[in-house]
Design a protein around this ligand. Structure first.
Ligand code: ACO
Length: 330
């Protein structure tokens, strides 16, 4: 029996508080003009002091489960992609399992930075197609404000908080996951890193004084890798599915920077730029959550027709990257 894994429901959660470019102008030496020109971002969302990755993830998950027409008890497995877990352990997936009351589910965190949603999707596809499980909940959630240095203008303008989720099932209407391509390159691990807090550099007064618990990024280098890696992942994914670029209706890229998104868009010569879906202007870079938030909003805004193909692509710390091809089916 051939099983087809499909995204049967999606959900997202964005915290209420808005951090605008004008707010950032009051915090660091920057300008709305610089941020818009270099990143395309106008505002981003910030979680409240009592709002954590698990809670935001659970809200997005609840919406995805409802959208799929299921209940929490139907979920067999919970995969959570995050680089800002509530704790190093226990996993955020276990906390979300408890918040949802998903009593039958196994739970696991995945760390692939901004590519986490695609890594989780790939695992969910394999679990479903092997027949091991029927309904897998994929959650991607981040409280990036907890590791952002709001004194460092080169990073603090980029990041926002938020969560997304989807239910991947062996049955029902949805977006069939046709092919997924993933990659990584640990040689470049230092380009984008939170240096302290792990076993190599445990928390100490010194690591705090040296700002080593915040995101550090070599922006220029990361930018070049992001464009190159996402372009090649898209090509491999299209080739693996044995389709033509012309067949793609939408591209949903990781929302890291409008210039990166535009560079990816140019790769698709026949696709109008408005078919490259963007949320970067209103949410900034929400790391693992970003592709899932954009996919959810795309599904709610557009009524996707039978057979339409959507290409997701992402890139992040690790380095990690990937692409996934989805096809609407009833
Ligand atoms: N406001 C004003 N000036 C600034 C700011 C700011 N917020 N930030 C940096 N600058 C200055 C720099 O100091 C520099 O000044 P100088 O020329 O006097 O030295 C100048 O602007 C240019 O800086 P660059 O770093 O060269 O600017 P660039 O055009 O590369 O844009 C950016 C920086 C936006 C960070 C870009 O490199 C980028 O988007 N990189 C990729 C980020 C990314 O894709 N991340 C993905 C993964 S995220 C994850 O996994 C968590």
């Amino acid at each position: 029996m051939i099983r087809v894994a499909r995204i049967r429901g999606t959900g997202a959660y964005l915290p209420e508080r808005v951090l605008t470019n004008q707010d950032l102008e009051q915090m660091v030496d920057t300008s709305d003009e610089w941020i818009v020109t270099r990143t395309g971002m106008k505002e981003r969302r910030l979680a409240g002091p009592d709002e954590f990755t698990s809670g935001m993830g659970a809200k997005a998950a609840q919406r995805a489960i409802e959208d799929a027409g299921l209940v929490a008890d139907d979920i067999d497995f919970i995969l959570v992609a995050t680089l800002t877990p509530d704790y190093l352990f226990p996993s955020t997936a276990c906390l979300i399992q408890q918040l949802l009351g998903a009593k039958k589910a196994a739970s696991l965190d995945i760390q692939a930075a901004c590519t986490g949603y695609l890594y989780a999707l790939s695992l969910a596809k394999s679990f479903i197609e092997s027949g091991a499980y029927r309904h897998i909940l994929v959650v991607a959630a981040e409280k990036l404000s907890s590791i952002t240095n709001y004194k460092d203008r080169s990073t603090c303008v980029l990041f926002g908080d938020g969560a997304s989720a989807c239910v991947v099932s062996s049955e029902g209407e949805g977006l069939a996951i046709q092919s997924v391509r993933l990659g990584s390159d640990g040689e470049q691990a230092e380009l984008l890193i939170q240096p302290a807090g792990g076993c190599r550099l445990p928390a100490s007064a010194e690591t705090v004084a040296n700002d080593q618990h915040f995101i550090r990024m070599a922006g220029n280098e990361v930018f070049k890798h992001a464009v190159r890696r996402m372009e090649s992942a898209c090509k491999e994914c299209i080739d693996a599915a044995q389709i033509d670029e012309l067949d793609i209706s939408w591209v949903v890229p990781h929302q890291a920077n409008i210039r990166i998104i535009d560079a990816i868009a140019k790769r698709f010569k026949h696709l109008p730029s408005e078919r490259v879906y963007k949320t970067v202007q209103k949410y900034g870079n929400t790391s693992a959550s970003s592709v899932g938030i954009a996919l959810h909003e795309l599904r709610k805004e557009q009524s996707l027709q039978e057979g339409e193909k959507i290409l997701l692509t992402a890139f992040g710390a690790g380095l990690t990257w990937g692409a996934a091809l989805l096809q609407a089916q009833r």
